[in-house]
Design a protein around this ligand. Sequence first.
Ligand code: HEM
Length: 284
Amino acid sequence: MLFDEASRALTAGVRRWAGIPVETHEVAALAADLVAMVDGFATAGPRHWRARKARKRREAWLAALVRQVRDNELGTPQGAALDVVARHRDADGELLDPHTAAVELLNVIRPTVAVCWFVAYAGHALHRWPQHREPLRAGGDFAVAFAHELRRFYPFAPFLGGRATHDLTWQGEHVPEGSLVLLDLYGQNHDSRLWTDPYRFDPQRFVDREIGAWDLVPQGAGDPHTGHRCPGEPFTVALLAELSTRLAGLDHDVPDQDLTISLSRIPARPRSGFRLIPATARQT
Ligand code: HEM
């Protein structure tokens, strides 16, 4: 299943980048926990409880690793995320408490693995619109445009919420202190005033287009330094462009399966997780 395979590939990559010691045979379990945390962020019931358990387990594990780094018991590469966070000192010169350090590490490795949702969408898009396969194989600007169109077109998080910290007026609208304000990510990404023929999947719309800070909002809007915008967006785009290019170059079959995407499931994903059979596994 592409969704699962992508989650493992991303986990294997980010654990190496972050200097977190995880044996190859432990990657699948870590990937499953990270996916569970993302999958349960906006829901009640079993998915939510799975997410809480996974988060507790991984926070304790990472906090123990932070202590080991400080005691020089781990050969973590200098400058890797685990080393930097473990040795970071706050404005008062104090080390972070190990739990906070663990949460900070999770805040980077968990969303990196969440990119697997978009990789599954990439499989879905290339299956539905195979004409993009050829230009995508060349990578470059088209691959970046393809990554942007995936993030615009497919649903992941439908909206972001925030509370007004004081009374304000925004574009003539009075917003009283304490109101819940929603930014409709999916609606904005399909608004015909911004996107011609918004329900058409067309990566070409992003070739040679300057993207304004308030236009494309799958990961929040505005300035990441001051507002509700993801600081990991450039990494998301780079990972997606690279993995989509590789997918376009993979000779594979797509067996019959349920490829519907329910908009009432948050985060949404193709129901089947997108199963594919690489040519190397084809039966002769
Ligand atoms: C599936 C891809 C991703 C999506 C849809 C996504 C979405 C978002 C959104 C909407 C926010 C803003 C939340 C708010 O302020 O209300 C956010 C924050 C954040 N994202 Fe991402 N993100 C993704 C990938 C990444 C990656 C790859 C990284 C890091 C490598 C990352 C790191 C972060 C961090 C650290 C924050 C918190 C920033 C803060 O509050 O100061 N994200 N993300």
